[in-house]
Design a protein around this ligand. Sequence first.
Ligand SMILES: CC(C)(COP(=O)(O)OP(=O)(O)OC[C@H]1O[C@@H](n2cnc3c(N)ncnc32)[C@H](O)[C@@H]1OP(=O)(O)O)[C@@H](O)C(=O)NCCC(=O)NCCS
Length: 148
Amino acid sequence: MARWRIWRASEGEADHVVRIEAQSFGERSWGENNVRASFVAPRVTILLAAKGSNDPAAFAMWRDLGPEAELLTIGVAPGARRKGAAAALLSAVCDEARAAGAGRLFLEVDEGNEAAFVLYKTAGFEQISVRRSYYRDGADAVVMQIAL
Ligand SMILES: CC(C)(COP(=O)(O)OP(=O)(O)OC[C@H]1O[C@@H](n2cnc3c(N)ncnc32)[C@H](O)[C@@H]1OP(=O)(O)O)[C@@H](O)C(=O)NCCC(=O)NCCS
């Protein structure tokens, strides 16, 4: 099976990111304007992933905070899940953040998001704290980190 091809998204590819983000997050989507604004946000990098010559099916955003980095969001179109896209993107984010000089990568995940939690655990992230009522619907966020 072909590997995931991963590259930095250009502003001309924003439509793909808007589409995949909406498909991934549904009611919890950031919304088109916020996704587009991420393309010009300082220190933010957006990665896309595709199989062969297909349209991209997954994306990730991370922010360079100097000694640390933060995974802002990651999403895979429903039809492309459980094929390693998120794991490949996470690995690419870690590589980029390490190359930029970060010593660790942080993220927050909804405590009820089993798929994401297992993904991060499998990738080597460890839980460091819980932020109570972090999300708009009152759900708690688990904060995780990985040493780079
Ligand atoms: C979470 C998400 C990004 C995972 O993407 P994915 O491409 O399907 O994940 P991968 O195929 O790379 O999975 C890697 C590993 O993570 C774990 N995993 C992924 N999805 C899982 C699920 N639904 N249940 C249990 N474990 C899961 C498994 O260990 C998996 O390895 P395996 O398939 O060999 O068992 C995807 O389900 C998604 O987009 N969800 C909606 C958006 C979201 O919640 N984003 C994260 C916000 S913090």
